[in-house]
Design a protein around this ligand. Structure first.
Ligand code: 5GP
Ligand code: ZN
Length: 301
């Protein structure tokens, strides 16, 4: 058995994750949730910068999702919500289809909702609608369940997981400074809970051959960094945070303007909350009462 499957089985056996029959879709125990809640309070303490708190649901406007270009870059990861929209005859044929084990989903119609792929996606058009940003720019605190279609036995790769994000909108200087300050804070936070990390340049999993070029370009320009912690592999540690500089790409796409009318630059910093909890359980053991005192103190005071 590989390390990923054996860690997943241990998490099931300990009751921390609950099997649903679908790889990457798990229930979580009260203990697991308590670790995430404690870590989020730690994030709050490190943030301390008056970001505007906004919470979007895990589904977003399909129109906005389409305009975002997600299907160009990551069609393999996307999820859309489909529903039954027919009449009584259609309903009868649907039930018959289910009864004989045929594919009943093919007649489902797309709704106006797509599953949120990253917590910040619904934010940009929302803020653009308000008009120009104030002279100080914009700073936002987000959290959302996110969907990515990548079923896996690796507990660190889930299909529905929570992402806490901070997003900064402003000048190039403001947003790159924001990103650097979170790289420093990220390292300090993980140190406080007893996790060894490295930060490395990274790229998003852009689809196809054209995607390879986009990924290389992203790396060459240092647009994405990740904070990596070993969870189910020491050779390939998992990204538990990412630090992304979008230049003026989202500003241009969504019409985000600074107070002088120039296009806003944006950056976002994402925490993978399940991954951080898993890194803690992997590193300190499945029984939180046995965790090092310093880590427990940082989390629970
Ligand atoms: P990114 O937008 O950089 O791909 O993702 C932001 C953060 O979300 C990652 O650094 C990671 O912590 C978390 N994340 C990304 N994909 C997954 C996943 O498949 N499962 C889990 N649990 N977290 C993920
Ligand atoms: Zn983001």
């Amino acid at each position: 058995m590989d390390m990923q499957t054996s860690f997943l089985d241990r998490l099931f056996d300990a009751g921390l994750l609950i099997d649903t029959g679908v790889d990457g879709l798990y229930g979580r125990s009260g203990q697991f949730e308590d670790v995430i809640a404690a870590f989020e309070r730690l994030i709050d303490r490190f943030a301390d910068d008056n970001a505007e708190v906004i919470r979007f649901p895990p589904g977003m406007s399909r129109a906005i999702f389409e305009k975002s270009g997600y299907m160009k870059s990551f069609p393999q990861l996307a999820g859309t919500v489909h529903s039954f929209c027919g009449g009584e005859l259609d309903h009868m044929s649907l039930l018959k289809c289910m009864e004989v084990g045929d594919d009943w989903t093919k007649d489902q119609k797309a709704t106006d909702i797509a599953l949120t792929p990253a917590a910040c996606y619904p934010l940009y058009p929302t803020i653009a609608r308000r008009g120009r940003l104030p002279a100080t720019g914009g700073l936002f605190d987000l959290q959302s369940y996110c969907f990515r279609h990548e079923p896996s036995k690796d507990p660190a790769r889930q299909q529905l997981f929570r992402m806490r994000e901070y997003v900064c909108m402003g000048t190039e200087e403001q947003v790159t400074e924001f990103r650097q300050s979170w790289m420093d804070r990220g390292v300090k936070m993980m140190e406080a809970v007893g996790l060894d990390v490295v930060i490395d340049v990274a790229n998003d999993p852009f689809f196809g051959r054209a995607g390879k070029m986009l990924a290389n370009n992203q790396r060459d320009q240092n647009l994405k960094f990740e904070l990596l912690i070993p969870i189910t592999s020491t050779a390939q540690p998992s990204a538990c945070m990412s630090f992304n500089y979008h230049q003026d790409a989202f500003g241009t796409k969504w019409g985000l303007e600074l107070d002088d009318g120039s296009v806003a630059h944006t950056a976002c910093v994402g925490f993978g909350l399940e991954r951080i909890a898993l890194a803690l359980f992997h590193h300190h053991g499945l029984d939180v009462t046995e965790w090092p005192v310093a880590a427990r103190k940082a989390l629970w005071g």
